[in-house]
Design a protein around this ligand. Sequence first.
Ligand code: FES
Length: 125
Amino acid sequence: MYSDKVMDHFTNPRNVGEIPNADGVGEVGNARCGDIMKMWIKVENNVITDIKFKTFGCGAAIATSSMITELAIGKTVEEAEKITNQQVAEALEGLPPLKMHCSNLAAEALGAAIADYRSRTATTA
Ligand code: FES
């Protein structure tokens, strides 16, 4: 049912944890299943230099959050927020159709962390 890449990121997720002094934090929930994902980003000179996540959810949610951290790190904030759930699924060599909604969670969590980062920099600028 799952690609080797999904299984790899599920059993050995990258960038799990928290960033204590994060520049942006996003937390989202999946209304369809109740799973929760939280993401922390560190931004320097408009580039995402570090990213961590915690996912209380299904295997596909864990694999997609792991993969999106790898896709986002080293990218500018603008580039990172353009990463779609489709791109995450493609990088994982596909997700079963029933699990595509799980990949929305990763893109939404990253988007929420970036929105938080923007709101913080707007008030301190
Ligand atoms: Fe909840 Fe996958 S079933 S995110």
